[in-house]
Each structure stands twice: as structure tokens, then as C-alpha cells.
Ligand binder design. Sequence first.
Ligand code: SF4
Ligand code: MG
Length: 320
Amino acid sequence: AETLLKVENLKKYFPIKAGVFQRTVGYVKAVDDVSFELKEGETLGFVGESGCGKSTTGRTILRLLDKTDGSVYFEGKDIFKLSRKELRSIRPKMQIIFQDPYSSLNPRMTVGEIIGEALVDHGIVSKGEVKDRVLEAIEMCGLAPYHIRRYPHEFSGGQRQRIGIARALVLNPKFIVCDEPVSALDVSIQSQIVNLLCDLQQKFGFSYMFISHDLSVVKHISHRVGVMYLGSLVELADKHELYKNPLHPYTKALLSAVPIPDPTLKRERIILQGDIPSPANPPSGCKFHTRCPYKKDICSQEIPKFRDVGGGHFVACHLV
Ligand code: SF4
Ligand code: MG
């Protein structure tokens, strides 16, 4: 498959302001030198503790936020170099689905209007065609046609997420950032939504960046998985490889907290000490060194390179 998205050394720093003049006194390094590629029809899972920069990475890639440094190529074009007009024409192809669809759905609009709005805004179809397209999208997301006349508050959490997906789907996207789309749902509903996303991918060849703190959900839906810690990717590999053979101590720690169904699979148990440090003042060298059981002298001095150690298994650790 072709490469759809290429992210190179992406950085997103938020200034910390203080004093009467709101002087910049430092930066929260929310995304700190992140690089990866995504192929057409591929799902790349992103895991890590909350605040590690997963969502900010997703939003910056979509240019919903300005970058601090680095590049994002979508279909070969650097999206930060596009004019406003070019960006507008590419927008429908890059969509996002949120954790809480309710907060992103206008309560005064009917579901039909919500799903049809972007279609009209982008001038994708004529007014006369909007309704057909909306009905098509809503049915593909498993909702009955009459629902288009109802309002968001009349729906359950799972149904709202279907509406959020229909709103993205109607625009014929190629790439969808799924930002914790099932985290607020009951477990039984979670699998329905994950299955819906998989079905739609089969049908339309979407690429997903699937953000979650739930390692089992990510394992189910993803082809490859990236692990983030304090704004940086520390490991990225094919999901089977990553779950069977994690190389980074942080990944090992995350996985060792998840029960394994197969008792013959032995796994080192690593309990993380301490809290995640502030991204405003991250540790020097390897940012994980304050919590790493294998820390050596070099770890606090040099930033380990994020590199391919074979077969597309990327890791950033001095000991690997
Ligand atoms: Fe641990 Fe050092 Fe590897 Fe960082 S570089 S994960 S501190 S061993
Ligand atoms: Mg988040």
C-alpha cells in the first residue's frame, strides 16, 4: 500500500506565560520530535498515559493546531505549506472522531443537519443531493433513516458515536484521527463501535490513527502500535511484534499491567515508580530515566535515538 501520511520530527510546544505582561517563561513540550508513517488502509494505534501528547499529535497532524517545528506530508503535500484555499480542499479527506461526540454535536441541530452541514460547507454535493448522502452515511453507521429528524440528546452514547462517525464518513475521508472514540462507552458498546470502524475501513480503505489508553482495544483494531511517553514516541512496531516482544522498558511496564490470557507466555513484571513528570520540565536525556528500572549513566545525559532495530520495529532506548 502507498504511504498516505508522513510525519517528520513534529514538535508542538505550548508557551507557559507568567506575570503581568504574560511573558513566556517556558514551554510545555506536548509533542517532541515525533516521526512515523501511515499507509493507506492502515490503522496505527497510539497508546500512552493521559497527557503524553497523543491527542495533541493527532490535532497537529490535522493542522487543527499550528506546529512548532517539523513536517506533516499528506498525500505527498506538506500540509503546513498549503494555502488557506488548498487546506480547505484537503480538509474533507482528514477527519477526526472525538471521545465525547456529544460535546461536538450542536444540540439545536437535527442529526440530519449535523451530518449534512459539512457536506454543504465544503460544497461537495448540491443541496438536492445532501439528504441522500446523509441517509446513506447514517445507514452505513447502523442507524435507521428516521433518526435524521431527531436531536443529539435523544441518543445514547454509542448512537452519538455512530453519528460522529457518520459525520466524518459523509465527507469521503481518507484519514481519520480517532481520539479515544470508545473510552467513554460501556464495554459491550465499545466492541460494536470498534467493529463498525473496522467494517468501514474494509469497505472504504480508510487509514486510522487510533488513540487510546486501553491496550486491549488498540491491539484489537490496529495493524501497528506506537507508544508515547512525555510527548515522544518510544516504540513503534507491528502489533503482534510489539505485544509479544516489547523492547522499551516503558512498553514492558504498560504491558505487564495487562493480564495475559495465555499462562505459558512469561512476561517480566515491571511496576513503574513515581508519577509521570511534567512535560513543562521533562527529564534530561531519556525522558523515562526517572522511572526506568534499567537506567544507566548515559540515560540521563543523551537522548536515545528513535531507530529501526529490524523489520520496522522502532525503539528509543540506549540499552536496546
Ligand atoms: Fe531506561 Fe535508559 Fe532505555 Fe531510557 S534509555 S528506557 S532510561 S534504559
Ligand atoms: Mg487525549
